[in-house]
Design a protein around this ligand. Sequence first.
Ligand code: FE2
Length: 279
Amino acid sequence: MQQFDQDRVSLKPDRKDGAFSVLQITDTHLFGKPGSTLVGIDTRKSLLAVVAAVKEQGIPFDFIVTTGDLSQDYTLESYIAFRDIMRAFSEPVFFLPGNHDDGPLMYREMAGLGISAARNIIIGKWQFVLLNTQVYNNPMGWILPEQLAYLEGCLEERPDLYTAVCLHHNPFEVKCLWLDAHVLKNRDDLISLVSRYPRVRLVLCGHVHQEHDFIQNGVRYISSPSTSIQFAPLCDRFTLDALGPGWRYLKFTPDGGISTTVHRLAGGEFLPDFTVGGY
Ligand SMILES: [Fe+2]
């Protein structure tokens, strides 16, 4: 119970009507060493450009959720770089690990870097539950029973709240064979749990470096562009997209409503090396 309480953060919606907004930043793929590139893109520079564009837009949001692959090299220095760049924001930043992260290191060190390791965020009529689907040293996603139990505990404890489940791996196929090979493999375990709680309204993920947004059995499933490289949709083999680095805003209303928009930097400024066949 002690652990559960440390895991929980309560925020107050900024707006009087109880609506609030969230900025999703995902798949930053930072390196410990400045100037390092991922498939030709300096990922620190692309994240800095995204942060500058978000600031420039001036669209208000209550907190930031980052949905994994913050690092590309598993180093503490890459997480320090993430912290340093995200210091541009005064809003709270939350995280969960992706397959390119060192999850145990993140849970051990992020709080010390000033980034909350809370996994349950309560705000207005909503709660967010941040889950770990990382399989150490393997790109595929798998959700352990303890993670499902954590989600179930949050759902049981606050049946009055609408719920957004956040995780790295997509629990749906994106029709890219190479990406679908490391989908959330036991997604049926998650989906069957979620189906028992009609107030779960959103499953939000990263990992696929492309946009998806659909509703299935009353639950909205959303993925978002990366702040680094973009993967082209509907390709059987690793294929990069020329679209610019992106981010997503989500607005939540007290009646369970969700609206969302994706934003990107103009194409051309951060083009990957299209000759590379993988990463
Ligand atoms: Fe990624």
